[in-house]
Design a protein. Structure first.
Length: 62
């Protein structure tokens, strides 16, 4: 289930759920809505998976 993977990602990256939703889908309420039963469509699931698979922390301070 995608929510389980998202929750693991949030813990691993210590990322707030609102930030994840905003960065991954442009919807800061996405994770909360999923926690409350929202079922994302296949295209959204692919978008979230792509974000989680390609996300890198910006550790280079300029």
């Amino acid at each position: 289930m995608i929510l389980h993977h998202v929750e693991q990602f949030l813990r691993l990256h210590d990322m707030p759920w609102t930030k994840f939703g905003r960065l991954a889908a442009g919807d800061p309420r996405l994770v909360e809505d999923m926690r409350n039963g929202r079922e994302p469509r296949p295209a959204m699931i692919r978008k979230l998976e792509h974000f989680m698979n390609t996300h890198t922390e910006n550790t280079n301070a300029s």
